[in-house]
Unconditional design. Structure first.
Length: 133
């Protein structure tokens, strides 16, 4: 176990479980829920995650993230950054138009480390949607 490798001892099984499930207790960036709610007015809002569906569902329930659907590596049996995972979302949601651009946006969103950039992505997706319909 990783704890033993680092000389950590005296951790109970319950404490190990609590640590292992820490991902499920993460808070979203402050602007995420508002930005996703804005996107949801015109688009299907989908999670595309390397995490399993149970993990992402629990995170969403806890923090109020308004996903319409949660997709993940569970469906495609591969992980980010493999293109087949990004390509699977528009196919599963029957969004074949401009699939390449949507995949690029998903990759860009996934790689962001700054919460301020979420607003720019929301604006770009809204612009992209307006040009298609």
């Amino acid at each position: 176990m990783a704890l033993a490798e680092f000389g950590v001892t005296g951790v109970s099984d319950a404490e190990k479980d609590h640590l292992a499930l820490g991902w499920r207790r993460l808070d979203p960036w402050p602007d995420v829920v508002a930005g996703m709610t804005r996107l949801k007015q015109r688009f299907t809002v989908a999670a595309l995650s390397n995490g399993n569906i149970a993990l992402v569902t629990e995170m969403a329930k806890r923090s109020g993230i308004p996903w319409d659907v949660i997709l993940g590596a569970d469906f495609v049996r591969t992980y980010k950054p493999m293109p087949v995972l990004y390509d699977s979302a528009p196919l599963l949601l029957d969004l074949v138009q401009d699939r390449t651009r949507l995949g690029q946006m998903a990759q860009q969103a996934a790689s962001l480390a700054r919460p301020q950039a979420a607003e720019a992505i929301v604006d770009e997706l809204l612009r992209l949607g307006a040009s298609h319909g």
